[in-house]
Design a protein around this ligand. Structure first.
Ligand code: UN1
Length: 477
């Protein structure tokens, strides 16, 4: 099997360290990947630092051309990269191809943004003085990405970092190095100068830690767990660098008596169970008013019966496997916790076996849950959701907001009044009306509040806020 190496200072280097395993068929090794050590990370950071002066002054046409080429190649290879993604992560092939297309669109978007870099020219409050406000690249950016969106999240951090003239040290999740390696290979061949983009695959405890300990990085953008996010924050304060965190969610989906039942059930099933519930935007709290409660639970349960849990690559699969044994244990532990807390298991909860050995778990629905239970407060990150019964809209809104997280918040209603009030009063970075809490556009800001996120938003033109620093220049006329 070919060894996929790290990219440091424009050279492929390193010996095999990790295999990634197909969660739909644990007999299958997807690929072999080099593991970086602390010295490799130091070399990658030094290379990115050395490449920064030239790249930060590179022409916008060069950046545009490289990003555009990368987007075109990702799009042209969407079937192949989508299949790789489905094999290493376990989301279904259509979901994986969709994510690959999204990654291509993100590169296209930032190829365009490179041509739209602009500033402002203002008069000074003092006579005969002009003021110019410009954005400059930040420096060397550390990028740390999670396993659940193996191609889209690397794309939405790498593309803006390059677009605005930064250099990169990139550590993908060690469970899913395949798509990240492919993106880096594509960018390398698209003509990025040596050292602008460095790939260091491996364990968080080695590679991630060496990045956090580096005084050279000017910024770290991180998506992952709350625990690791805190460590990124603490180390960044220590080193006086900018940081951007995208962490957990416990996203509510409110269903009101006046909801269109079909719309509500589709949105809830998608939010809670698609991508195996492994999205920080997934909804695991279905907050339902009493008039529609029983009808909603019955219809959602019927819907769940129609969803096939199976091999991600098989056509007709709606829900792929859980990503690995560790996550599966977390999911089944929470199912047990839910039972012990007194929630009623309305559907699922069992492991299932299929033709190929994998981490297959039925979509699991609890009813009669309260918002104080651990299954309602802690992020599970699996295909597990709970229905919380409430009296009316006011209680629904209060319960929706009663959470340490604040990423995405959904409502199913036909009432303009309630939809409008909810959009204004949901304590979340994103609000969805009659839509799933997950599944976002690539050209508008992404991010949350409270324990979900920290720092400027990702994606769209708002990405410039993290990846640039503002300069104000005064000139005497
Ligand atoms: C989406 O819902 O389309 O890790 C994207 C996550 C998020 C991405 C969600 N950062 O799940």
């Amino acid at each position: 099997m070919t060894i996929h190496q790290n990219l440091i200072a424009g050279e492929w280097t390193g010996t095999a360290g990790t295999e990634n395993i197909n969660p739909s068929d644990t007999n299958e090794v997807v690929g072999l990947y080099a593991s970086a050590n602390a010295q490799d990370v130091a070399d990658a950071i030094a290379a990115a630092k050395a490449a920064f002066p030239a790249w930060s002054r590179s022409g916008i046409l060069e950046r545009h051309t490289i990003l555009k080429k990368a987007g075109e190649e990702i799009l042209a290879r969407k079937e192949e990269l989508g299949a790789l993604l489905a094999r290493e992560e376990g989301k279904t092939l259509p979901e994986a191809i969709g994510e690959t297309i999204r990654a291509a669109q993100i590169f296209e978007f930032f190829a365009g943004e490179a041509l739209r870099l602009s500033g402002e020219v203002l008069p000074s409050v003092r006579p005969n003085i002009g003021v110019e406000i410009t954005r400059e690249p930040l420096g060397v950016i550390g990028i740390i990405t999670p396993w659940n969106f193996p191609i889209a999240i690397p794309a939405w951090k790498i593309a803006p970092a390059l677009c605005y003239g930064n250099t990169i040290v990139f550590k993908p999740a060690d469970l899913v190095p395949g798509c990240s390696w492919a993106i880096v290979d594509i960018l390398h061949r698209a003509g990025l100068p040596k050292g602008v983009m460095n790939l260091v695959m491996g364990k968080g405890s080695v590679v991630g830690q060496a990045m956090l300990d580096s005084p050279v990085l000017s910024g770290i953008t991180f998506t992952g767990s709350v625990g690791t996010g805190k460590r990124v924050a603490l180390s960044s304060v220590e080193h006086g660098r900018k940081y951007q965190l995208e962490m957990g969610g416990k996203n509510p989906m409110v269903v009101l008596d006046d909801a269109d039942l079909t719309v509500a059930v589709e949105a809830a099933a998608n939010s809670a169970f698609f991508s195996t519930g492994q999205r920080c935007t997934a909804s695991s709290r279905l907050i339902v008013t009493e008039g529609i409660h029983d009808k909603f639970v019955a219809a959602l349960t019927e819907k769940l019966k129609t969803l096939n849990v199976d091999n991600a690559l098989k056509s007709g699969t709606h829900i792929g496997p859980v990503v690995d044994a560790k996550q599966l244990k977390t999911d089944t532990d929470y199912i047990e916790i839910g039972r012990q807390e007194g929630a009623k298991l309305a559907f699922g909860g069992e492991l299932v076996s299929r033709d190929t050995p994998g981490f297959y778990l039925q979509p699991t629905l609890f009813t009669e849950a309260t918002n104080q239970m651990r299954i309602s407060r802690e992020e599970i990150f699996g295909p597990v959701a709970s229905v919380i019964r409430v009296r009316d809209y006011d209680e629904a809104l209060a319960v929706a907001n009663d959470t340490p997280f604040g990423l995405s918040s959904g409502i199913a209603t036909t009432s303009l009044k309630h939809a409008t009030h909810f959009k204004r009063n949901a304590e979340a970075g994103m609000v969805m009306v009659n839509l799933p809490t997950a599944g976002v556009d690539f050209h508008v800001p992404f991010g949350g509040r409270k324990g979900s996120s920290f720092g400027p938003r990702e994606q769209g033109k708002y990405a410039a806020e993290f990846f640039t620093t503002v300069k104000t220049a005064y000139t005497l006329a």
